[in-house]
Design a protein around this ligand. Sequence first.
Ligand code: F6R
Length: 610
Amino acid sequence: MCGIVGYTGNKKAKDILISGLKNLEYRGYDSAGICLQENNELLIFKDKGRIKNLITIIDGLSPNAISGIGHTRWATHGEPNQINSHPHTDCKNSIAIVHNGIIENYTEIKKFLESKGHIFKSETDSEVISHLIEEFYEGDFKEAFLNMLKIIEGAYAILAMDKNTPNTIIGARKGSPLILGIGNNENFLVSDPSAIVGYTANVVYLDDGEVVIIKNNEFEILDPVSKKSINKKVEHISWSLKEISKDGYPDFMLKEIFEQQQTIKNAFRGRISIENYDVKLGGLKLTPKDIQDIQRVFFISCGTSWHAGIYAKYVMEDLSRIISEHEYASEFRYRNPLIKEDDIFFFISQSGETADTLAALKLVKQLNGRVYGITNVVGSSIAREAGQGVYTHAGPEIGVASTKAFTSQLVVTLLIALYFGKFRKTVPQDKLIKIIEDLNKLPDIVENFLKKNIEILKSISFKYKDISNALYLGRGLNFPIALEGALKLKEISYIHAEGYPAAEMKHGPIALIDKNFPVFVIATRELYEKVISNIEEVKARGAKVVAIANEGDKKITKLADDVIFVPELEYHVQPIINVIPLQLIAYYIASFKGKDVDKPRNLAKSVTVE
Ligand code: F6R
């Protein structure tokens, strides 16, 4: 949600900022802009819409600036137009800032600054930052910046430049991510590592409340109150250019769907042993006694990760026999939750930056609860704030609609349930063996499925591309898969879709069904006969039915209008493959409709505001 990038060094800042912004564009694409410092002037270029609009403006210009800041916006305050685009400046165009987050007390600050004669150009909350720095400026940029920080409230990652303090960028973070990239005689400040891949792999993850100053080949991290330097560990990121490129695919989403044959393996690699049917999870730091004593497990998350949380609850209860709950982070954090000593809390997040999930985690910590991250982005705020947990290792996910991260979350939560079940002796050996064997086979099965089924998935998608509504049904572990299938369709093709537990459909949604309201049903073996009855019920109302069924199922061919066959797997493992055809149907329908599947309207990857 908004991407920011800052650079000081010895190369042309314009090129580095644009390349960084292109890689950060998935965080927001309402507008883009850069500020370059040249001959003691701040040159600002910005425009609404995609980065390509910004590139058109600066194409042909060749500023020699070796420092600058850039921003790609997901609008919160003020419509996405040119004026509201970042960077924002003060009255004299001496200070420029970019901001990711929300300044909650901006109305009071703006009133105060206006009473002092400041003239605002935009409707954004962010512009108060540059004016506040101007207000406090008495020749010392750093002092003015630190004074500004004392006033603002809310969530932020901020970068600021002063035309009178050459080649210096000051940054600060609270609640929104900011990473320092340390290069050779150059330094970067970015929202996430994708902006610096190819330039440097050495990073420092800034923590909330820290300030950072970069100047060509120097950097300093400091505590804004004591003004003392803080020594932080330099870490190494492993993202590669191939991982953050489309690598020959037309879209990141399609690439990421196909990567699942590998990412599923990455999620269990080194964690299961096929020789002795064992599960090991190093990052949880729980003794067998701790696991025995757990009374309740919570899975807290948002969006697609929340769907993974439902699956996690079901498998955890089934395999470890511990009472489990799944919660929307945004609800949990405001409902005065009851937390007990023997509860444990998992926070599931691809980005590790989702504001509500992070806030819920902090709340549980404050209440002395035990917290664990299930995150994909290494070094992300949730991973670091939790301090322990399990990484999903799906690699960078750039398509805004989550795909490979979801299947990795399913694998990891299944492993956690098995791990707890192992110590609690609640998983029968034959079940354990079957789950581990099928998990181990799954990457090859996914690969074969993708090889064999693309044409049929395309033709089904083409057939249904003009629908206006769709219902997705599934039961048991396939209920969250139905939710996820519906979410994928609506977010990238803008077709209204709802996911329901198949039987629950009779309690209302069935009223919607007619011949123009197709129903996508997950009808693999779990609760098969019940689901078949549900299919009969919607067929009786004229619905067209698209079924995901197990290979060899003859009954379904007669009943459904279209069928996609998936291999039969142990029923805890089955949903992990079941979701893949639904991801592809959403992808192809959206593509046939000409939608930008990687950057759906109004959405952004990584929701860092609540
Ligand atoms: C949907 C999607 C979102 C995210 C949600 C949580 O395709 O990607 O619903 O799942 O914003 O994001 P993370 O997992 O990063 O916390």
